[in-house]
Design a protein around this ligand. Structure first.
Ligand SMILES: [Zn+2]
Length: 115
């Protein structure tokens, strides 16, 4: 059997970024990215896409049981990065700076987002 290479998504956002949700029930909510899953192309955004799950108590895993609310991952294409400078949802482009490092640049104001 031939093993297929697992595709990794190249995401425009990373942990700690401030993003705005552009579709779905949490549209136009703003939050920080908590985790990024490059294998599934999904992100978890603080305060966005809360789901409630009924959990059975499990002392082994330190779960008290009952209804537990937590943020579920959403597709990364549903979020747009908020530029820290012009404070607007923006598209980014990649640029290579002097020492060969990649940086993301706001397409609207040209500000470097990763410093
Ligand atoms: Zn900007």
């Amino acid at each position: 059997m031939i093993k297929t290479k697992k595709k990794k998504y190249k995401l425009h956002v990373k942990t700690g970024d401030r993003v705005i949700v552009i579709s779905g029930k949490d549209k136009s909510k703003i939050g920080n990215i908590k985790t990024v899953d490059t294998k599934l192309g999904r992100v978890v955004v603080e305060g966005v896409n809360f789901i409630t799950k009924a959990m059975k108590p499990n002392p082994m895993r330190n779960v008290r049981g009952g209804l537990i609310k937590y943020e579920a991952p959403i597709r990364s294409s549903k979020v747009m990065l908020c530029c820290p400078k012009c404070e607007k949802p923006t598209r980014i482009r990649h640029e290579i700076i002097e020492d060969g490092q990649k940086t993301r640049v706001c397409k609207k104001c040209g500000e470097q987002i990763d410093i």
